[in-house]
Write a protein that binds this ligand. Sequence first.
Ligand code: SAM
Length: 252
Amino acid sequence: MSNRPHAPPAHVIGQDGRETDLLHWMYARSDIKQLRGNPQKVIAAIDEYHTKHNQLMNIGAVKGAAISDLIAQRKPSIMFELGGYVGYSAVLFGNSLKAHGGRFVSIEKNPEMAAVANQLVDLAGLRENVRILVGSSNEVLEELVREKKELKEVEMMFIDHWQRLYLPDLWLLEELGVLVPGKTMLIADNVIMPGAPDYLQWVKASPEEKKKLLSKLNVGSHHPNPDLVFETVVPEYDTDFGKDGLAITKVL
Ligand SMILES: C[S@@+](CC[C@H](N)C(=O)[O-])C[C@H]1O[C@@H](n2cnc3c(N)ncnc32)[C@H](O)[C@@H]1O
């Protein structure tokens, strides 16, 4: 059984009722009919709520566009996400994947957030391309790989849940053997603000450096694979919350 914490960390914005308020606000709009089946309009409406009413911890337009470009370049058949929140990224990236027939699977721990996300995915007309799975990232990943055998190779994954889970979940992916040289791309959000220093250190290190790190780190019950070779860039962006970066990692 996982001993991971239930409550969001202090820096997390929301999960205080504003997400269901967003749904009421969306469905009370006079242009709700135009939103149906229109992912761009659904995204624009969520952005409007974020700007005019309550801030939401969505990826946002700037970093979202950068990731949509990567999806268009690499055309993964399936992309996974850790941390779905209200489904902003699921609608945005699900629509980008739909352009080439790809699918998006989002793993969200909080069932209320997952319910909001499901509703917005449905409103955007992306039901066929997007699945929201409820559960803790580590438990759902293990189930998808070991029991359901639905996840054999990670083509593209967006890591956007809690920064202190980024490294343990990367180690889990390494242990599960689903990171494929020449194929996998991992994109982690918020690596500058609030920051994920231990994750960044790992994805920027060479196999030799990772082996040295392992002699100092407490890996608990994890079985990292330091032999995987990563290439990571960290482009920076100006966002609503200040300067932030994405860690874009290719497995070589
Ligand atoms: C920053 S928000 C995700 C934003 C979303 N990706 C977007 O851009 O629209 C982080 C989400 O991760 C979820 N979360 C936190 N820990 C998690 C875990 N262990 N597994 C799955 N989801 C988790 C939180 O409930 C929250 O909804």
